[in-house]
Design a protein around this ligand. Structure first.
Ligand code: S3P
Length: 439
């Protein structure tokens, strides 16, 4: 079967320098900002994955062209009010929650009805979390089951700004409301629990009317109507969430060393690094620099001699939200019991990831106790698998697939992992880099 990956051998020790592909969050945001710019924007190292291609297809539906060359992508923006709305428009966010949720913020000011659809996984996810605040601006929504895709949005020319409290720590909800605030006269105020802040950094770099006050637990964001967006040329740094697979492979291997080059180490994204450090891993950021508000570095890491269990502080949850499946693998090999809490958001992802984390660990023979939004993992530093493990029917969640590959290469056993093509949503070159580490 072409779409099945079988792994029967652990990886041997390695010492490598790798480059991983562009950051997904930044790639999708670049497409959206560039689509609103006055003129032609260029991006280098844009992530060429299905989620980002879906973003390019979406802006095309609004008359915004793009061109993909070998080394860069160009978007021909027609200005902040340059979207053309044809009748009966239907846009498809495919697997991408980020695209589906962010684009809605930009569509609140057209009277044309627009239909948003997604793939099976996205159609199971909660869209009420964005349609609720966006309705307050004056847009109307019709959702399947009052919370799911497909949905219809009917915008309004008569919008008023809102005061919005974002309490989940969701950057998608926050960003969607920031985009809506950009379309609305007056000042929109957002009190947002800390989450990745790429949208705010791009707004600042573009000198848009945004103000941010950083408080200890949340940020207060004020955004006013935007008139014009300048061209946005961007060299997209590598994705820490994609790098994390190889970082964790190094952590779980013996006597190995790895450098990942040019990674976005925005503090709102490096929860996994902080968690691994607390578990006893030696990780160093080298050549730290700032690029258009984002922090970038090379990450150096070597296999630790011992791993300690962790009682993970919840303040790290949001900055590690896409990496918990991997962190659970590390906890499985740590000495002692690890405990993770307040993880209800994990079950809101491309698959219910708290449940899938538990399933993978249990199939590996690791004891866990899972309650509503917590997981206790009983680690075993000598963990070694000798049985067959089959991973399938996981809603094609790319991170379930890639985490299973890392588990197979680290702990042994015979793994049959279905739906190999799931990597295409976020990281098409994943298996190519695994092969680089093998040779
Ligand atoms: C993202 C935000 C996070 C994250 C997702 C990308 C973004 O989702 O899980 O992969 O680019 O804004 P939430 O906002 O739902 O936490």
């Amino acid at each position: 079967m072409k779409n099945l990956l079988i792994i029967e051998e652990k990886i041997k020790k390695f010492n490598k320098i790798i480059n991983v592909s562009g950051d997904k969050s930044l790639s999708i945001r670049w497409v959206l900002f560039a689509s609103l710019a006055d003129g032609v924007s260029k991006a280098k190292n844009l992530l060429m994955s299905e989620d980002v291609l879906a973003a390019l297809d979406t802006i095309k539906k609004f008359g915004i062209k793009s061109k993909i060359n070998k080394n860069y992508c160009k978007i021909y923006g027609k200005g902040f009010d340059g979207y053309k709305y044809k009748k009966n428009l239907r846009i498809n966010a495919k697997n991408s929650g980020t695209l589906g949720r962010l684009i809605l913020g930009l569509l609140i000011n057209t009277n044309h009805k627009i239909k948003l659809i997604g793939d099976n996984s996205l159609s199971k996810r909660d869209f009420k979390r964005v349609t609720e605040p966006l309705s307050k601006f004056g847009a109307r929504f019709i959702l399947r089951n009052k919370k799911n895709l497909p949905l219809n949005i009917i915008g309004s020319k008569n919008l008023s700004p809102v005061k919005y409290v974002e309490a989940k720590g969701s950057a998608q909800c926050k960003s969607s409301v920031i985009f809506a605030g950009m379309r609305t006269k007056g000042v929109t105020t957002i009190k947002a629990k800390k989450s990745r802040n790429h949208t705010e950094l791009l707004c600042k770099y573009l000198k848009l009317p945004i103000q941010i006050k950083k408080k200890k637990k949340y940020d207060e964001i004020k955004i006013s109507k935007v008139k014009k967006i300048k061209v946005l040329n961007y060299n997209i740094p590598s994705d820490i969430s994609s790098s994390a697979f190889f970082i964790v492979l190094t952590v779980l291997s013996k006597e190995s060393k790895l450098t990942v080059r040019n990674v976005n180490i925005n503090p709102s994204r490096v929860g996994i690094i902080e968690i691994l450090k607390k578990m006893g891993v030696d990780i160093i950021f080298k050549n730290i620099r700032t690029y258009k508000g984002e922090k970038i570095a090379n990450i150096n890491i070597k296999s630790p001699k011992v791993l300690k269990g962790i009682n993970c502080p919840t303040k790290l949850n949001s900055a590690a939200i896409d990496e918990f499946l991997l962190i659970f693998l590390v906890a499985a090999k740590a000495k002692g019991v690890s405990f993770f809490k307040n993880l209800s958001e994990l079950n809101q992802k491309e698959s219910p990831r708290l449940k899938w984390g538990e399933k993978i660990l249990n199939r590996m023979g690791v004891k866990t106790i899972v309650k509503k939004d917590t997981i206790k993992i009983f680690g075993n530093p000598n963990l070694n698998i000798n049985k067959k493990i089959v991973i399938k029917n996981y809603f094609k969640d790319h991170r379930v697939f890639m985490t299973s590959v890392i588990a197979a290469l680290s702990f042994g056993g015979i793994w049959k992992i279905h739906d190999k093509d799931s990597v295409n949503t976020s990281f098409p070159s994943f298996l190519k880099i695994i092969n680089e580490l093998k040779n």
